[in-house]
Design a protein around this ligand. Structure first.
Ligand code: XUL
Ligand code: CO
Length: 437
């Protein structure tokens, strides 16, 4: 049985002139960009939660997407049907990776034991599907935010019983990820923050979160899970203030609790903009600290203030992202996970193909442009030249600690006013457009 009859075989690359909405115009998986294929550079992943479980519901209205794979009244059957649909979709799209939350793939049971059994049933089912299709798990995670028990947080809950529940759930989710050969495991602290500081002991809650992560690190060691752990920054929503609010706040947290060697960042574009930053800024922060791990590829809406999780189609954005990815030498364990959902009115299954094809094409084009910009070298040369005086004897001596404030005052008295130099912002924007346009 096919859930996606509108796409008969695998979506193919037809090139730029194609008018076929179900073909790639730029993403040619085998095409080499600087020695590596597009597929190897981009490492696309489909996210289970939006793509197969998303309903189109918003704060003003109920579901518009009634998926054919969720028709069965029997929850495990519905979960298996959803898994069939997922692997059919991913195979037809030609992506190599997927990502899931425990509660996306298997329904929560009447008690914890039943939830564990449900998860195990679906992990075994997924394992067969992975073997049949060759599709691999980029990362797994646990949903520690939907169930009412987590209303006041999971690891950061005032009640250690809830902490224990979340810990047990994470233990099982890491084990599921290990069983599926996952390359990574993500912690997004859905409700790890506060709604009001009036009822919150922030110091204690952050310490609890650190303890929780340390316990996960220890458990991973104990069971032989060698995948990469990530935390995913997001400043707000659902809570007023999330503790992992930005790349910089995550770095502060990881350094404070000595976790730098164990976690990298999974950065999401819409989360960056909610934090008041460009994605390129968040990526540079993580990359400079050596902990840029993976990307949740989406985008926000310029006019709506919440996390709209739209598919990325802006080539300027994908170019900036790929410049940072190439500069760090490419993904190691991470990839580009489409943590994105089709709009409420795009309720047909074919819309899922349009959305992913558009995102993949935008990133393929962004990759080519980014490669060309870096190969051209003028941008890098400009930045290097801008700081060249720090490589002079005078500059180096300051940084090496051989100059005092007295020495610098002498320098100013001797040399007077510094010469001002243009930052050349407009020239550089035009340079980028040479490649984008
Ligand atoms: C929420 C979000 C999550 C994480 C995984 O904004 O991005 O879907 O990616 O829990
Ligand atoms: Co995300």
């Amino acid at each position: 049985m096919s859930y996606f009859p509108e796409v008969a075989e695998r979506v193919s690359y037809e090139g730029k002139g194609s008018k076929n909405p179900l073909a790639f115009k730029h993403y040619d998986p085998a095409k080499k960009v600087g020695g590596k294929s597009m597929a190897e550079h981009l490492r696309f992943a489909v996210c289970y939660w939006h793509t197969f479980k998303g309903t189109g519901a918003d704060p003003f209205g109920s579901a518009t997407m009634l998926h054919p794979w969720e028709k069965s009244a029997e929850p495990i059957q519905a979960a298996k049907d959803t898994m069939d649909a997922a692997f059919e979709f991913m195979s037809k799209l030609g992506v190599e990776y997927w990502c899931f939350h425990d509660r996306d793939i298997a329904p929560e049971g009447a008690n914890f034991k039943e939830s564990v059994d449900n998860l195990q049933t679906l992990v075994e089912y997924a394992s067969e599907k992975q073997a049949d299709t060759g599709i691999k798990l980029l990362w797994g995670t646990a949903n520690l935010f939907s169930n009412p028990r987590y209303q006041s947080g999971a690891a950061t809950n005032p009640d250690p019983h809830v902490f224990a529940y979340a810990a047990a759930q994470v233990k099982r989710a890491i084990e599921a990820t290990l069983e599926l050969g996952g390359l990574g495991y993500t912690f997004w602290g859905g409700r790890e923050g506060y709604d009001t500081i009036l009822n919150t002991d922030m110091k204690r809650e952050r310490e609890q979160l650190a303890k929780f992560l340390w316990m996960a690190v220890d458990h991973a060691k104990q069971i032989g899970f060698k995948g990469q752990f990530y935390i995913e920054p997001k400043p707000k929503e659902p809570t007023t203030h999330q503790y992992d609010s930005s790349a910089e706040s995550c770095l502060n947290f990881l350094r404070e609790f000595h976790l730098m060697d164990y976690l990298k960042l999974n950065l999401e574009t819409n989360h960056a903009t909610l934090a008041g930053h460009h994605m390129a800024h968040e990526m540079r922060v993580a990359s400079d600290a050596g902990i840029l791990g993976s990307i949740d590829a989406n985008t926000g809406d310029e006019l709506i203030g919440w996390d709209t999780d739209q598919f990325p189609t802006n080539v300027y954005l994908t170019t900036q992202i790929m410049v940072e990815v190439l500069k760090m030498g490419g993904f190691k364990t991470g990839g580009l996970n489409f943590d994105a959902k089709v709009r409420r009115q795009s309720h047909e299954t074919v819309d899922l193909f349009h959305a992913h094809i558009g995102g993949m094409d935008a990133f393929a084009r962004g990759l080519e442009i980014a490669w060309a910009i870096l190969e051209d070298g003028r941008l890098g040369d400009f930045v290097r030249e801008r700081y060249a005086d720090w490589e002079s004897e005078f500059g180096r001596k300051i940084l090496e600690g051989h100059k005092t404030l007295n020495d610098l005052e002498d320098h100013v008295l001797r040399h007077g006013e510094p010469e001002r130099k243009s930052g050349r912002q407009e020239m550089l924007e035009n340079l980028i457009n040479e490649f984008v346009l």
